[in-house]
Every structure is written in structure tokens, then in C-alpha cells.
Design a protein around this ligand. Structure first.
Ligand SMILES: CC(C)(COP(=O)(O)OP(=O)(O)OC[C@H]1O[C@@H](n2cnc3c(N)ncnc32)[C@H](O)[C@@H]1OP(=O)(O)O)[C@@H](O)C(=O)NCCC(=O)NCCS
Length: 148
């Protein structure tokens, strides 16, 4: 695989980000308007990172900062064909290192064992459970947190 580069996500990346999301049903499924809102340069409270191998966008991470010392991971996905090559780790490390000292949190389907294993690998712990939070299919949400 070509070397992986990480760049700030811009509105020019949205179409390729939606392509990654579409083949990652475990990820949040947003429309392009949501991405425009979250990645808009005017929006100081949210942003994202994208991973490229060569010219191909293969991964995304979108975050928001509800408070100055908080970082919420809103969406994270890697193209199925590119998984298990360290791309998700590189995206998450990038987000964590640019917001050092933050209280980091996210919610994930309790049945998404690959993702929960991935987050535990980084030291995230389960701090709460929201019963029947997800629909189609119904599932509980695990709230996972990390103090950086
Ligand atoms: C979760 C996800 C982003 C991980 O990305 P990735 O690029 O495959 O992850 P990495 O290669 O950096 O893996 C890092 C560690 O996570 C764990 N992990 C990642 N994928 C895993 C899998 N399929 N099975 C078991 N463990 C896994 C392992 O501990 C791995 O470390 P190792 O390679 O030393 O064993 C990716 O699987 C994905 O896009 N899943 C679908 C979308 C999703 O579930 N998003 C999260 C919603 S909250």
C-alpha cells in the first residue's frame, strides 16, 4: 500500500468522504449538508481529517469541540479494503495530538466489536450505556471516554 498522508478535511473532500461512509454502514450516515456544516471554515467548533493513499481518500474522522477542553469524535471510517493497515489509528492519533489535554468522548454501537476494540487499544474506557439508543437495528450506545 502507498504511504498514508493525513490532511485537514475540507468541503472539497465531502463527495469522497460520503463514498467512504456509504461502504461503512457502522459509521454515522450523514448527508452532504451535514458535512458542509461540520467542515465549514466558519464553524470553529468542528472539523475533520482525511487519510489518503496516493490520490485516493481512504479514511475520515470528523470531530466537534463542545467546550474548549472537550473533543467528541463524531464519525470515523476507513474504506473496507484499506482497513487493518493503521489508517484509523493514524487519523485518531492526529486528532488526539492536535487537541492534547482534552477530555475525549464518543458513542458507538455496543455490537460494533471491531470499533470498541480499536478504541480500547487507545485507552478509551466505557463510561456509560444508553439503552436502545440506536435504531434499525436497535442497539445500545456505549459512551467511551479518554483523558489525554
Ligand atoms: C474502526 C475502524 C475505523 C478502524 O480502522 P483501521 O484502519 O482498520 O484500524 P487500524 O488498522 O489502525 O487498527 C488499530 C487497532 O484497532 C483494532 N482493530 C481494528 N480493526 C479491527 C478488526 N477488524 N478486528 C479486530 N480489531 C481491530 C486492533 O487492535 C488494531 O491493532 P493491531 O493492528 O495492532 O491489531 C475501521 O474498522 C472502520 O472503518 N470500521 C467501520 C466504521 C466504524 O465502525 N466506525 C466507528 C464508529 S464509532
Amino acid at each position: 500500500m502507498d504511504s498514508i498522508t493525513i490532511q485537514p478535511a475540507t468541503t472539497n473532500d465531502i463527495s469522497a468522504m460520503v463514498d467512504v461512509q456509504r461502504v461503512s454502514p457502522e459509521a454515522s450516515q450523514w448527508n452532504t449538508e451535514t458535512y458542509h456544516h461540520l467542515l465549514s471554515p466558519e464553524n470553529q467548533k468542528s472539523g475533520g481529517w482525511v487519510a489518503f493513499t496516493g490520490k485516493k481518500l481512504v479514511g475520515l474522522l470528523v470531530f466537534q469541540r463542545p467546550m474548549l477542553d472537550e473533543l467528541e469524535i463524531l464519525n470515523l471510517a476507513v474504506m473496507p479494503i484499506a482497513r487493518c493497515n493503521g489508517i484509523g489509528s493514524k487519523l485518531l492519533r492526529h486528532a488526539l495530538s492536535t487537541h492534547r489535554g482534552s477530555h475525549v468522548f464518543l458513542e458507538v454501537r455496543s455490537c460494533n466489536h471491531n470499533a470498541t476494540k480499536f478504541y480500547r487499544h487507545f485507552g478509551f474506557v466505557n463510561t456509560a450505556l444508553r439503552k436502545n439508543y440506536y435504531h434499525k437495528p436497535t442497539d445500545d450506545a456505549l459512551i467511551m471516554t479518554l483523558q489525554t
